[in-house]
Ligand binder design. Sequence first.
Ligand SMILES: [Cu+2]
Length: 279
Amino acid sequence: MSEVLRVLDMLAWFPENISTFGGELDALFNIIYYISVAIFFLTFGILIYFLIKYRFNPNRKGYNYHGNNIVEITWTILPTILFAAIGVYSDDIWEETKYSSRVPKPDVEILVLGKTYGWYFLYPGADGKFGRNAFTDRSARALMSATNPFGIDSSDAASADDFTTENQFRVPVNANIVMRGSSIDVLHSFFLPNMRVKQDVVPGTWMNIWYNAFKTGKFELACAELCGGGHYAMRAEYQVVSASDYDAWLDQKNGEVKAAREASVPPADTAAAAVASLR
Ligand SMILES: [Cu+2]
């Protein structure tokens, strides 16, 4: 019996919570769940009771019934009070997770772009700040293309160390992560089930997304908007790592960016030597 109850208790199906505000959201979810379950059994109980009580009986005469004002007022007022109470109760956690004014000071800032069917991430690189791109300067949207999804202006010196990852990203544990999300094509939804974060990303604007993870590990990002034929495959993996592992990863990435930059612009003497060797 307890096994059956355990399977029926759908709250146990929740993915593990790793977010600082996840507990509060789960508590809200639990309350709404139990209220819904209670109303479900109440209404279906009454329905089944009446089905049996007033089942077909050839000796019973039908009669016309014109409603009952007290019953109708009751079933209008009670749900109104219930919804208003849930609204008041959930207001603080809604503001904390969704209001721009409540986004905390970022420890790490990352841009994220949805694209049919994948995700791009832009990190500010070694200097810790983004160069000119479609987020920092609206007019740079004109630079956005399939090969340059963030519209990075390569003539801006601050852009030179910004780096992109595709379908994977990394964040440090116990830090305020602020992401600015947008889309290249259609509506997508940035959904981190373990982080209790879900935010639509909309082409032409940047949505604030923030969270703070208290646990390290590998988790999944899924698109939660039916965005086309390849929607099912629109996923990415992310890792929450310790601050030192995160710094080591950043150093490695920054090194790769620097090496790639130096490789694409050979110093003058190397170029001259290359030309000489061709002679
Ligand atoms: Cu999508």
